[in-house]
Write a protein of this length. Sequence first.
Length: 121
Amino acid sequence: MRLLVVDDSSTMRRIIKNTLARLGYKDVLEAEHGLAAWQVMKENDDIDVLITDWNMPEMNGLELVKKVRAEAKYEDMPIIMVTTEGGKAEVITALRAGVNNYIVKPFTPQVLKEKLEDVLG
């Protein structure tokens, strides 16, 4: 299983990747913003899960989610938004855009594990 982690903070990408590795997910790609993530997705046809931040330069997470969902081949891809945006309105906006699950920073490894298991069934 291949995952793509998108966050403009290299520290946050490292935290998520390390957590995923402890959960047994070793095949993890990363990108620092939505445009870079889109490029990675175009170059790698086998990405199974997208984990993205909301607030990033170039292309934010919400724009990335909308772009991904506009492509038929990604309509069923699980997407988890990991962000500091914890308000009810933001969560609803993200879910309407096509996010499958939502994690508010800071979070524990257990929360990431539960949300990932939830989107993967």
